[in-house]
Design a protein around this ligand. Structure first.
Ligand code: HDD
Length: 748
């Protein structure tokens, strides 16, 4: 047909369509029903499906339904293709004029492959860039239903979760075991939409007002002129900041304690930090703080272990989490809440609940357990899940609300904003890992990376054209209805409440609540960090802060720095100690712990097998260690001296005999007075380090000679005996305490 004819045809079709749309009667036409001024209350017919809004329905990248789950839909079909689905027969050779080139510009596959590679990296998170993720499930015990109507807290309700643990200061490729705060962010894919609990392993924060966040982070990040040091606070700008903004002293104290060096992500507490507001079914409100309690107890590395791990195994925490989940030693945390009456002053026992630099001691407000989280799955693809997951403090569900904590308010702005750059546009909630499992029917449209093909024509309300869809929900249909909280009339000011001025009483409370060995670690940490500062004025100002916290702490650090200890410069109210702040003492299950077993062909290999079986049955991972890989008389070797280091082990056993010194390696005395000439020096190093790091050491049969040679007989936490089973039983009992605390000079 001629073009003119076609145009005519299209115009006719459009006219007849328009005519058909006028039936039934045109509103307002003579004889028709009077027009309705109301938006319809029910859809006239089911609105067309909106592909991104039917989570988790699998979709192909074009928005068409797909048989594959969303995360797998990236790879379909058996053949290698271009990004547009054209099958390829070669991907190793660019298209050239003859085998020696030149390469031709017409090679689309080459250009597409290189273009995509060139753009694989996205900006790393401005903080918390280094992280590890895992999938799991949260099961509520129902205890919170009296204070919150959130479906996620309903008795026995199971909610899928994705968790991301992280360090704060380091870049994405930095070491895991640096001294730093750890992020503990949990995304609950609840039936009422996503709830993100974006917390840390420390219950207080550096600053009281989010407007200072860029400042504290700039102070903690590497110096801009040299871009060092990486991933740590041991430098001038950090200590300059916290000694001037003394509200940061409390958080810094936690960082200097063993909490700054977790043994594993599985052994960290988590805290929501802010006070949140729970809303019950009748609209009643309760203030609360969230706590994650690890079933394995809180456990930390020693400073030397942390430093060794940063070199020997920079992925220490990521590996630990992955291996534990892979081996079925699923990490478990109980979620708990401290609750407080929602009084107008929002304080509890004199503690300002809106001040994020303050905690509420558990002795004053016990943590009530409301559910359990178990991590059961590793990510399939780190970029797709761990890197692209986007948390946000504003992702709340009905029954859980925020408060006016000025830090939280700034966070509510920041977490949305940052994703625009990091995930390149406003549609990041369509990325599979961020998609809610609840149905989504928002009225957002278009934007970069829009992957939905929205149906309907009226993304506004009220509307008649989409039959009034989407509809508003009431409380009964699970709507998030804002609590009408009273805000006292006041002038707009740039100021803090007077209660925010006390920067030291809880810092002192923390230090004085520690056991002697924990206090010793704190002293050493301050001494190290300030020893790394160049500026005398910074060291002196921080010593002044320490003097305000505790005179003895200040004196010890000052001695280490070779500086005079100042007297306190402010009056600090004394507060009751809180033993719950200490990580010690306690007994904990051994799941996923590592026990090294040093073997030699002349040793007790039957005993090794029995030991392995007993450990595996107890959920502990046995690692057979020998000078070479392969097998030792039929026993499979898992680590050689080249691939093991003490940091990996929670205890070490010498099985019947220790490998002797090989001719090729010169023997050396590792410990004064020890007679280690006959021992393989790598065994000496391993045992020496395990001794220094206060790990349980055991040996049986002739293996005990190695302990004698090292002068370890009769030392606390060193077990020797005739048979493997007896030694192992004692070793397991000692491991329940995490470390042999008596071995530290200060004693537990
Ligand atoms: Fe934050 C990431 C935790 C204060 C701004 N923060 C981030 C993550 C965690 C926290 C765990 C990593 C999330 C992930 O794994 O993707 N942040 C906290 C806690 C805070 C806190 C417990 C205080 C109680 N944060 C805070 C403030 C601001 C931010 C006051 C800004 C005003 N935080 C961000 C951010 C990040 C972030 C820039 C970087 C990447 C991201 O958000 O998604 O928006």
């Amino acid at each position: 047909k001629a073009v003119g004819e076609k145009v005519e045809e299209v115009a006719e079709t459009a006219a007849s369509k328009a005519a058909s749309l006028t039936e039934p009667p045109i509103p307002g036409a003579p004889g028709s029903e009077p027009p309705s001024l109301e938006e319809p209350t029910e859809p006239r017919e089911t609105p067309p499906p909106k592909p991104d809004q039917e989570q988790p329905t699998p979709l192909s990248p074009t928005g068409a339904p797909s048989a594959d789950p969303p995360t797998a839909s990236a790879q379909q079909g058996a053949y290698l293709t271009t990004a547009t689905g054209v099958r390829l027969h070669d991907t190793d050779h660019s298209l050239k004029v003859g085998a020696r080139g030149p390469t031709v510009l017409a090679d689309h596959h080459l250009r597409e492959k290189i273009m995509h590679f060139d753009h694989e990296r996205i900006p790393e998170r401005v903080v918390h860039a280094r992280g590890a993720g895992a999938h799991g499930v949260f099961v509520a015990n129902g205890a919170a239903t009296s204070v919150s109507r959130a479906a996620v807290f309903g008795k026995d309700v199971e909610t899928p979760v994705f968790v991301r643990f992280s360090t704060v200061l380091g870049s994405r490729g930095s070491a895991d075991t640096v001294r730093d705060t750890r992020g503990f962010a949990v995304k609950f894919y609840s039936s009422e939409g996503n709830w993100d609990l974006v917390g840390n392993n420390i219950p207080v924060f550096f600053i009281q007002d989010g407007i200072k966040f860029p400042d504290v982070i700039h102070a903690g990040k590497p110096h801009p002129d040299r871009e060092i040091p990486q991933a740590q606070s041991a430098h001038d700008t950090f200590w300059d900041f916290v000694s001037l903004h003394t509200e940061g002293q409390h958080h810094a104290m936690w960082n200097m304690s063993d909490r700054g060096l977790p043994r594993s992500y599985r052994m960290m507490e988590g805290f929501g930090v802010h006070t949140f507001r729970l809303v019950d079914a009748e609209g009643g409100t309760t203030l609360c703080k969230f706590h994650w309690k690890p079933r394995l107890g809180v456990h930390s590395l020693t400073w030397e272990e942390a430093q060794l791990a940063a070199g020997v195994d920079p992925d220490f925490h990521r590996r630990d989490l992955h291996d534990a989940i892979e081996s079925g030693a699923y990490p478990v945390w109980d979620l708990g809440i401290q609750t407080f009456a929602d009084t107008p002053d929002q304080t509890f026992e004199g503690i300002d609940l809106l001040d994020p630099t303050k905690l509420v001691p558990e002795e004053l407000a016990p943590v009530q357990l409301i559910g359990t989280m178990t991590l059961t799955g590793n990510p399939t693809n780190y970029f797709a899940e761990t890197e692209q997951v986007a948390f946000h403090t504003g992702h709340l569900v009905p029954g859980i609300d925020g408060t006016d904590d000025p830090l939280l308010m700034a966070r509510n702005f920041s977490y949305l904003d940052t994703q625009l750059t990091r995930l390149a546009g406003p549609n990041f909630n369509q990325i599979p890992i961020n998609r809610p499992h609840a149905p989504v029917n928002d009225m957002h449209r278009d934007g970069y990376h829009q992957s939905a093909v929205h149906g309907g024509v009226a993304p506004y309300k009220p509307n008649t054209l989409d039959g009034g869809c989407p509809f508003f929900a009431g409380m009964d249909e699970g709507a998030f209805v804002d609590v009408p909280v009273q805000v006292p009339a006041a002038s707009k000011v740039r100021a803090n409440p007077a209660s925010y001025d006390d920067h030291y009483s809880q810092t002192r409370q923390f230090y004085r609540s520690m056991t002697p060995v924990e206090q010793e670690h704190i002293v050493l940490a301050y001494t190290f960090e300030l020893g790394k500062c160049y500026e005398q004025a910074v060291k002196e100002r921080q010593l002044q802060c320490l003097a305000n916290i505790d005179a003895d702490l200040c004196a010890q650090v000052a001695t280490g720095l070779g500086l005079p200890a100042p007297a306190a410069s402010v009056e600090v109210p004394d507060v009751e100690l809180s033993p719950a702040l200490s990580q010690l003492p306690g007994e904990w299950p051994p799941d996923g712990r590592m026990v090294g077993i040093v073997v030699d062909p002349s040793g007790d290999l039957e005993g090794v097998e029995a030991t392995r079986r007993t450990l595996l049955a107890a959920g502990v991972v046995p690692l057979v260690i020998a000078p070479h890989g392969g097998q030792v008389e039929g026993t499979t070797v898992q680590r050689t001296f080249a691939t093991v280091r003490s940091i990996e082990l929670d205890a070490v056993l010498v099985a019947g005999a220790a490998p002797p010194a090989p001719d090729a390696l010169p023997a050396r005395d590792a410990k004064a007075g020890a007679d280690t000439a006959a021992l393989d020096p790598r065994v000496t190093l391993l045992l020496e380090e395990c001794y220094r790091h206060a790990k349980v050491i055991g040996a049986w049969g002739d293996g005990t000679a190695a302990l004698t040679a090292l002068g370890l007989d009769g030392v606390a936490g060193v077990v020797s005996g005739d048979d493997a089973a007896g030694v192992l039983a004692d070793v397991q009992a000692l491991m329940a305490h995490h470390r042999v605390w008596e071995r530290f000079p200060a004693r537990a």
